[in-house]
Design a protein around this ligand. Structure first.
Ligand code: D54
Ligand code: ZN
Length: 277
């Protein structure tokens, strides 16, 4: 497990490209037959990827780092499959997860195992785990089952559909909020006009990007913005004080996950466009 510390906006102003990437950018989530985990001290979210091909992968780590006897003893997890068909086995019970489907697993489950159904088209499980104080039922949702909203327009190059899987009015959790945004062909911008939500941090994972395409992710205080160049299947941490928006050289999909004081998706403070610097 890799550790990332929380940051102060006044300090982050001084960062050069390398330091910004060291602190906020997660370059590789999917390593064959491996569980990659990054714990950020921004609301203690764990961001990860499980990429089982020939072998199955158990949700596990050096538990001394969490001070518990099993991963979900004091945590919950949201899982979204961005690869081929897979299975998540929770306490012996199989949950099949197709491409772009989500599974929530609550606190208290001792065993979680990730498997692919076809080694030719392996599953890729993207994970967000937050600390929890109460156990909520394991629940799956497809895109069709998620609450969705069409936002933006082709004129603003941001015609997209937002699918909310885990939130106040969806799958129940202690604090995890998670969903996915699909941009339509020819649309490049997400989350513009920008917002902040000092009550919650957020992590983005960009995918469905062609191999040589990039997304320019924007972060920082509204009056002190920076960019991080993102490639396919990379994640980026957004502290609660930071904007989080991006523009691609091609359209893409991204998963957003949040942890903090509330689970209300719409609890955002819009930034006045005149204040962006
Ligand atoms: O707090 C919510 C998140 O930033 C995203 O859901 C925004 C987003 O998907 C979009 O506007 O495209
Ligand atoms: Zn946000």
């Amino acid at each position: 497990m890799e550790r990332r510390y929380a940051s102060h906006p006044r300090e982050v102003k001084q960062f050069d490209t390398a330091r910004l990437r060291e602190e906020f950018h997660i370059p590789k989530l999917f390593i064959p037959n491996h569980l990659e985990l990054v714990l950020t001290h921004e609301d203690r979210l764990i961001i990860g990827g499980a990429f089982p091909i020939a072998e199955e992968i158990k949700l596990d780590m050096d538990l001394k780092e969490l001070g518990v006897s099993f991963f979900l003893e004091r945590r919950e997890i949201g899982i979204i499959n961005v690869g081929g068909k897979g299975v998540v086995v929770v306490e012996g019970q199989e949950h099949e997860l197709d491409h772009k489907e989500c599974l929530f697993v609550g606190m208290g489950n001792r065993e979680v195992i990730f498997k692919s159904l076809d080694t030719e088209s392996p599953a890729k499980f993207y994970l967000n785990s937050a600390t929890a104080h109460q156990s909520y039922p394991t629940q799956k949702a497809t895109l069709a089952e998620a609450e969705s909203a069409d936002l933006g327009s082709i004129e603003n190059s941001n015609d997209r559909t937002i699918y909310r899987f885990i939130h106040q009015n969806g799958i129940q959790s202690s604090q995890l909020v998670m969903g996915m945004t699909l941009l339509k062909t020819g649309n490049m911008w997400n989350t513009m006009p920008v917002h902040v939500h000092p009550r919650r941090m957020e992590a983005y994972m960009y995918f469905d990007l062609p191999e040589d395409a990039v997304a320019i992710h924007l972060m920082g205080e509204p009056s002190e913005t920076r960019h991080i160049v993102m490639r396919n299947e990379q994640a980026v941490i957004s502290p609660s004080w930071s904007i989080h928006s991006g523009v691609g050289t091609s359209n893409y999909t991204f998963i957003w996950g949040m942890a903090g004081d509330n689970k209300i998706y719409s609890d955002m403070d819009p930034v006045n466009m005149k204040e962006l610097l």
